[in-house]
Design a protein around this ligand. Structure first.
Ligand code: N7H
Length: 480
């Protein structure tokens, strides 16, 4: 038996395992011009700008030290001017630069456009061809993507200018979008108002001190060609230590979502209508807005629990009542659908292969007064969803298609769970329902008349290792 070498943190792009720290983030999608040789030569100068995992760990240490020093001096920490870059290619991009051997992932090789209908995205079918209602950029071929994340627009724009100067006319930018951490007390919260970025798996040999309840997975479930990569036998040498980056542009209908909560409060003795609406929101997500998980705080919010990484992920839906009742958390709640923990483990089914590492960021403005009054979205906002995995069909695609959109999941429950109310997509969106929204009447189904998260497209990308970018994809000629 051959042993798989351990991961090399200087070789793996920094966003995958460590997550590039960000307040702002620009995602720039590009096509490579017909001067492919020029592009590959210039790539040599881009490679040193791509952030490694080791570098991100250094950046994170510097940020912690800066915060500690400021706290000791009783002042607010200044933001350190830190920027990080991720580069990934679609299957069209790999073909364009002459990398033709199959990478062993049919979903990647087919591209996300071919998957749109299967994922439940809306669109029209003409003469048997489905065309999703996506932004034009994603309906044409995108070859690659740069994600540039940092502390401010200034540092990000400076790095973007540098990249543009190096690549010149060898690329054509097709679409750019900027995300940002939300302001004030909404920092870290997505646009519906819920704290995000709490639960990601720890990766063995990298996250050596996982938080209580944070599952450790083997590296090959995120990195190709590493321990437990399910398709390790089919990977070309250039795929090793890379990861599939799934990007989705997801708009969120926030005023409509808030209006739904307002009109459908959970009615229980002692709850005001506002509290009933807050409770319904928590039942749809599986966590309160503070981040406190319903499985640990089933009846009322516990902000201290939500904010405490030592406790906010330490649950498994394994209270005696969890398997057969929705007393604590609805079966269909977003976080239960997308990481069912003991719902499958108790049946002897491991979910290790279905774990993904999420790195999304909100985009778009805060909700305006007009939107609140009209209960209608007038400005596009949402989540630039990004996640990493080694097999798209086990990771993002499976979670979206076979869990979130599948009314019968989690399996073997007394009531049909219904759709994931946040991301579940139905062929007829007005037909969406879920059970268990009201803990006192768990068989009742709640109609979810609107899909509040709307996919406007995306692509399946591959983020190669640094050495492959430098030695295989780039042509190694320095341009002066
Ligand atoms: Fe979700 N939301 O605000 O409701 N997500 N998500 N997601 N999501 C999570 O635990 C949200 C989306 C996962 O391990 C939280 O970090 C929104 C897609 C997974 O317990 C919140 C959108 C997919 C988890 C949200 C969106 C997933 C997770 C709790 C779209 C995959 C971890 C914070 C606009 C197909 C579950 C946290 C676990 C958590 C929300 C998209 C998957 C608040 C608004 C497309 C695996």
């Amino acid at each position: 038996m051959t042993t798989v070498p351990p991961v090399d943190l200087k070789n793996i792009q920094g966003d995958i395992l460590a997550g590039i720290p960000k307040k702002f983030e620009t995602t720039m999608f590009f096509q490579i011009s017909n001067d492919v040789e020029g592009f590959r030569k210039r790539l040599t100068q881009i490679v040193p700008l791509i952030t490694t995992t080791t570098e991100v760990s250094g950046h994170r240490e510097a940020i912690s030290k800066n915060k500690e020093e400021a706290a000791a001096q009783g002042r607010k920490p200044d933001l350190l001017p830190i920027v990080g870059v991720t580069l990934a290619f679609s299957q069209f991009g790999l073909k364009k630069i002459g990398v033709n051997d199959p990478i062993g992932d049919p979903a990647f090789q087919a591209g996300q456009l071919a998957d749109a209908q299967n994922l439940g995205d809306k669109g029209t079918t003409t003469n048997g061809t489905f065309t999703p209602d996506w932004l034009p950029a994603f309906k044409n071929q995108v070859h690659g993507v740069f994600v540039i994340a940092g502390d401010s627009h200034i540092t990000i724009d400076a790095r973007l200018v540098q990249i543009r100067l190096i690549l010149g006319t060898t690329i054509h930018e097709v679409f750019s979008v900027t995300g940002n951490v939300r302001p004030g007390d909404q920092k870290g919260h997505e646009h519906f108002g819920f704290l995000d970025g709490i639960s990601n798996p720890a990766v063995q040999n990298f996250d050596t001190k996982p938080f209580p309840g944070q599952e450790t997975i083997r590296p090959g479930f995120i990195l190709l060609g590493r321990d437990q990569d399910p398709n390790i036998a089919n990977r070309p040498a250039w795929a090793v230590e890379g990861s599939f980056l799934v990007f989705r542009y997801l708009s969120q209908l926030v005023p409509e979502f808030d209006d739904f909560l307002k009109k459908n409060p959970i009615v229980l003795p002692g709850l005001t209508p506002e509290q009933g609406s807050e409770f319904l929101g928590a039942r749809l997500v599986g966590r309160w807005k503070s981040g406190a998980p319903l499985d640990l705080a089933p009846l009322q919010d516990d902000p201290a629990l939500g904010a405490d990484p030592q406790r906010n992920n330490n649950f498994r839906y394994d209270f005696p009542e969890d398997f057969q009742t929705q007393d604590r958390c609805p079966f269909a709640a977003h976080v239960r659908k997308t990481n069912p923990r003991n719902d499958l483990e108790s049946l002897g089914i491991s979910t290790e292969k279905n774990r993904i590492i999420r790195r999304g960021v909100p985009f778009g403005p805060e909700v305006t007064k007009d939107e609140v009054t009209q209960k209608k979205t007038l400005h596009d906002r949402g989540l630039l969803f990004r996640c990493y995995q080694s097999v798209i069909a086990n990771g993002f695609q499976f979670i979206q298609h076979s869990w979130a959109n599948n009314t019968g999941f989690p399996i073997q429950k007394p009531e049909v769970p219904g759709f994931d109310p946040i991301i579940g997509q139905a062929a007829d969106p007005t037909s969406r329902t879920m059970s268990g929204s009201n803990p006192q009447n768990q068989t009742a189904t709640l109609s979810l008349p609107t899909e509040w998260v709307v996919s406007k497209g995306g692509e399946y990308f591959f983020a190669p290792s640094i050495s492959v970018l430098r030695d295989t994809f780039a042509l190694g000629v320095h341009i002066v």
